[in-house]
Design a protein around this ligand. Sequence first.
Ligand code: NAP
Ligand code: HSE
Length: 458
Amino acid sequence: MAGGVAGESPVPLRVGLLGLGVVGSGLVQLLRCNREEVARRLGAPIEIRRVLVRSLDKPRPVPVPRELLTTDPGRVLQDPEIDVIVEVMGGVEPARELILAALAQGRPVVTANKEVLARHGPELFRAAAAHGAGLYFEASVAAGIPVIRSLVQGLAANKVRTLMGIINGTTNYILTRMIEEGAEFAVALEQAQRAGYAEADPTSDVDGWDAAYKLAILSSLAFETYVPVESVYVEGIRRVTPVDLAYGTELGFTVKLLAIAKNVNGAIEARVHPTMVPLHHPLAAVRDVFNAVYLNGNASGELMLYGRGAGSLPTASAVASDLMEAADDLRRGQTPLLIRRRPGEWARKEVLPITETRTRFYLRFLVHDQPGVLAAIAAAFGKTGVSIESVIQKGRGRSPVDLVFVTHEAKEANVREALREIGQLPVVHQVASVIRVEDGSSQEEMGPAGSTEEARCE
Ligand code: NAP
Ligand code: HSE
């Protein structure tokens, strides 16, 4: 693509599109409806030259000339008239191979594929750097929310201390229905499927893997390292019950599937799990399918990005903005800022096992309602140094009854040890629920003030 000479019509940016599903169709639609704005701001139009699909006969939500469609990846990758490849096929293979093939030709690639980035990020970044090609992936996390650009550019001068995100819309929708309507998990999941948010196979969303891929990407960028997705602690929302959500509300919390990453004295915490969040925290107000990423930089202080983390047009918005950046980089003959920082070579930092992390805990036990129960449980906590913040007992006279504790911040290994002992007490019928509580603070890095901490530069 060239900038064009004065008086001549500008040369379009020519795109090879791999995939014409939800995101690919959204891109086609967006480039049509905002054609003028994109062309004016970029100085040239964007034109789709070839589209790879699996089926040539499938009905498409947007009309695409039949002659543009192909089932042969070679017809896209070997076309010398294509400037940029957009990969919106999903999955690891053949997406990884096709991205590598395009980069090896020095061609920029825009991708929305969180899984391939989370699993093969360093390999892809090294290939991009080796061939001086751009790799752009704004759409891979939180779709319409420009969180990658914020981390790479907007917060470039910060040390990020904490990052907490609601980065899976399906689970946020399910938890919102459970909290606001008292629905059981299975009922809320069915509602999410009917609304078209959850897939027929909702495993990746409800078991936390979708959020884990995205957290692996965000935490790698925030802490300039490679956080393999296998090192992220992952727990989904299947075991969250309306009972715990109701206790949470009573205690001043809501429950979110949070993706949390922290820098704890140079080591990284990276975990995805249901989390009790104080109702006053900005993330508590994020309902339904909306996503948000809360960040705390040492200079910026707290900030939160909020918006639609999925869907055809919101995701296409991120893909199109990457295309415009790629066009600009091509025109200037430069590799993008992030690739120049050599993310493929970033040193590995230790990712702490979950047992080494520190949080507060919400714990619900089913106990026999008799004298001495509280003392026995408190003694087990005392032995492992877990301090109790509050206790609720409900349902006097029935057996078993709920006994709910919120602890002060404690090391997870110590809480697990106490729970093992408590689970064996004859007066304890069941350890019914264990939910971590977060307000975004990280004692080692931020001091105890938590989310109201001011910016600090030392
Ligand atoms: P999708 O609706 O399933 O579309 C995938 C497209 O790729 C289809 O057009 C399919 O062709 C084509 N395709 C897949 N494998 C192929 C192969 N081996 N050869 C040729 N064509 C192939 O997926 P999507 O929802 O658009 O998602 C695409 C990517 O964007 C994924 O990485 C996803 O994680 C990411 N993303 C999606 C969203 C969202 O809201 N959907 C949001 C953010 C990121 P056919 O149409 O012929 O089957
Ligand atoms: N399935 C994801 C979600 C959208 O529910 O947020 C794609 O990343």
